[in-house]
Design a protein. Sequence first.
Length: 335
Amino acid sequence: MFKSAYFKLTLFYVLIIMVISVSFSVVLYFVSTGELNRGLRRQTSIITEMPREFPPPLSRDDFERIRQETFGTSQHRLLINLININLIVLILSSVFSYFMAKRTIGPIERSLESQKRFTADASHELRTPLTAIKTEIEVGLRDKNLSASDAKKLLKSNLQEVEKLQTLSGALLKLAQLDDKAKLEKKTINLAEITMQARDNLSKQAKEKAIKFDISAKNLSVAGDKDMLIEALSILFENAIKYSPKHSTVKVIIKKDDHQAKIVIADKGVGIHPEDLPHIFDRFYRADKSRTKSNVDGYGLGLSIVKNIIDLHSGQISAQSTPPKGSTFTIELPI
Ligand code: ADP
């Protein structure tokens, strides 16, 4: 599909350039031959008006013939030159148009590819819990001696799968909303305050694993969307809890660095392998699938939501890690 689009756009660009070039050449040809003709006619009139004492070395007829020949040769040479120039323009414009077409269509192609991948991944992730629910219900219905406690177990398991679906659809919706949002309505937000709120959102999960948050915060404010920034911090805190052992500490530092506010979140968890680090902000990317998929719930969407939120705030997010000693996520936001 894109190959033919490249071809059509290249052709379109070449056509525009050639229409301009050929029209320009045609005008140039007629103007130049007109000028040439006028110049030669003036020579004739000068010679005819010469006094008799200065007879021209040639007869009038000869002179007219040479004049016509000279005019014809010049006209022909002009035509050949203009054709050559247009051929060169055609070759150069084809190369140029091809690169321009690539530049125009390239980003659209990449964006469509990523949309396609995203839809395929999302459908795949949605299908897994749905298939599990369907199979469980079918097995339950086929079992004639299904007791009330078995039915309860089945419903419980179904509920877990439905909760997974809810989490996934929530994350997908969030990403779609973030994609649509081109601009934020920014308000002044105190970073220490939102950090505490995000920590409080995760208090249940932190308690379950006896994980402590050690927060050291400077009194810094940024312009942004409060709910979104709390969401981003909550996702990072949730990950820190998910991928850390019990009884560990998650350190959060908020400080000023040049004209940036820095939020550093360091955990003592499993860490991220160097080959996974460049991809963890990609949609649906889960590092070390054998380890994380089986042990920790998630769809690999959390960090891409965080990145989208930070991008919308004109900030940056990066990650460092020394597995298995822990990971450090750093957010930089303009103050
Ligand atoms: P998930 O739902 O899998 O946690 P994320 O997008 O939040 O999705 O994270 C992507 C991947 O990055 C995770 O699967 C995990 O392997 C890795 N990761 C993220 N945060 C941490 C962390 N604090 N410690 C170790 N690995 C992490």
